[in-house]
Design a protein around this ligand. Structure first.
Ligand code: FAD
Ligand code: UDP
Length: 367
């Protein structure tokens, strides 16, 4: 065998695994079908602005081990994500906090906000929230749900909130303080210079082949490595034998504009259904850029069809069951380890991907 590991995917999972295997003296080959490193965290400099080509990526974690780990590869700035939400002519702070409630109802104190929300919740009579709509309504009441959640969520996921799992909305904090930090985590920031240099550092000294799809490559090179780390779609790996897993895709529309500050914030969400995009990102604000021009990206959710990028797994019960059957099949191929957002079919953030990759490393090298 020429390699100890063939790593399919030069995204964060593949890069962490390759870095750790390489420093243990293992011979690795990383392949990726895209023309660049980094998978979805890839950033590209346009006139000095680091553009997040696959949507806004803010690193946040409460796991000190993961925070220390990623800080080996980059210096992080003190960016705090505080998105705004536009609903028709109204502008609100996110996540749902006293600034949001004050704007929505003209109130000032937590007691007033709680009273309104409790009143709205009690009118609904939801006992055990079983889907995203019930979960959201029973957390924030009808006004916030109708203006800031329903339209956004239905265009993001392409299905009614009643058919979506409750956990998706639990990602967002709800607090009764005037605090616009989108995350509750202890550590947060943007790597100065973007994410691509992180992946480049991880893969220094490792052989990488871009523009290389595993399924073509495997035809002639099936025996090139003792083990495969596969971070692509697990259902595609098995040629969709048990059926297709559902994914959600996105289209990104990037524009460079001749102005120095287009929207005054890194992320603005558009929560009404009628606007076809979910958010506009203005990249320079992630690194407090002072460049004379700016780059913005509109994010349009779309249905996933074979050939599209599968950005989000749809972790409802039906798809989780199908994934479990694929994972069982995965256990029968002893020389392949599945990992990452697509290989594990999990709505992982970057910190969880690092955690999962390090735990794969620990079990692979019996540490
Ligand atoms: P990927 O980055 O998807 O990498 C997999 C790689 O495998 C890809 O490069 C792909 O081309 C390659 N590949 C797939 N199939 C094949 C094949 N057959 N042959 C060869 N190569 C193949 N996380 C956060 O922590 N904070 C955020 O703010 C955040 N924002 C996000 C915003 C968006 C719009 C999205 C979609 C995700 C966001 N995430 C965020 C999640 C983050 O992107 C993921 O956790 C992380 O990128 C997953 O890394 P990965 O290596 O598992 O997968
Ligand atoms: N969400 C919403 N309104 C918003 C922002 C988010 O209803 O303005 C909901 C929506 O269902 C979304 C989920 O919260 O899918 C998680 O949002 P997050 O920002 O974590 O999504 P991601 O960055 O992963 O796309």
């Amino acid at each position: 065998m020429k390699y100890d590991y063939l790593i399919v995917g030069a995204g964060l999972f593949g890069a962490v695994f390759a870095y750790e295997a390489h420093r243990r003296g293992k011979k690795c080959l990383v392949i990726d079908k895209r023309s660049h490193l980094g998978g979805n965290i890839y950033t590209e400099s346009i006139d000095g602005i680091n553009v997040h080509k696959y949507g806004a990526h803010i690193f946040h974690t409460s796991n000190k081990k993961v925070w220390d780990y990623i800080n080996q590869f980059a210096e992080f700035n003190n960016f705090v994500n505080s998105p705004l939400a536009v609903y028709k002519n109204e502008l609100y702070n996110l996540p749902f906090n006293m600034n949001t409630f004050s704007k929505m109802w003209g109130i000032k104190t937590p007691a007033e906000a709680k009273k309104i929300i409790e009143q709205q919740i009690s009118e609904l009579n939801i006992v055990n929230p079983s889907n995203l709509e019930e979960q959201a309504l029973s957390l924030v009441g009808r006004d916030v749900y109708e203006k800031l959640i329903k339209g956004y969520t239905e265009k993001q996921w392409g299905r009614p909130c009643t058919e979506l799992p409750a956990f998706i909305i639990k990602r967002l904090p709800l607090r009764f303080t005037y605090d616009n930090n989108y995350f509750n985590d202890c550590y947060q920031g943007i790597p100065i210079g973007g994410y691509t240099p992180i992946i480049k550092k991880m893969l220094a000294g490792v052989e990488v082949r871009l523009n290389t799809d595993y399924f073509d490559f495997a035809k002639d090179n099936n025996e090139c490595a003792n083990k495969i780390i596969f971070t692509g779609m697990i259902d595609e790996f098995f040629n969709y034998k048990l059926g297709h897993l559902a994914y959600r895709s996105l289209k990104f529309e990037h524009q460079q504009l001749e102005c120095d500050n287009y929207q005054g914030n890194a992320v603005i969400n558009y929560t009404e259904r009628e606007i076809p995009y979910t958010r506009i990102i203005e990249h320079k604000h992630f690194e407090f850029g002072q460049q004379p021009t700016t780059v913005i990206t509109k994010e349009f959710p779309s249905e996933w069809n074979p050939g599209d990028e599968p950005y989000y797994p749809v972790n409802d019960e039906e798809n989780n069951r199908l994934y479990a059957a694929y994972a069982e099949m995965g256990r029968t191929v002893s020389n392949v380890i599945f990992g990452g957002r697509l290989g594990s079919y999990k709505y992982y953030d970057m910190d969880k991907v690092i955690e999962a990759a390090l735990s794969t490393v620990a079990s692979e090298f019996c540490e």
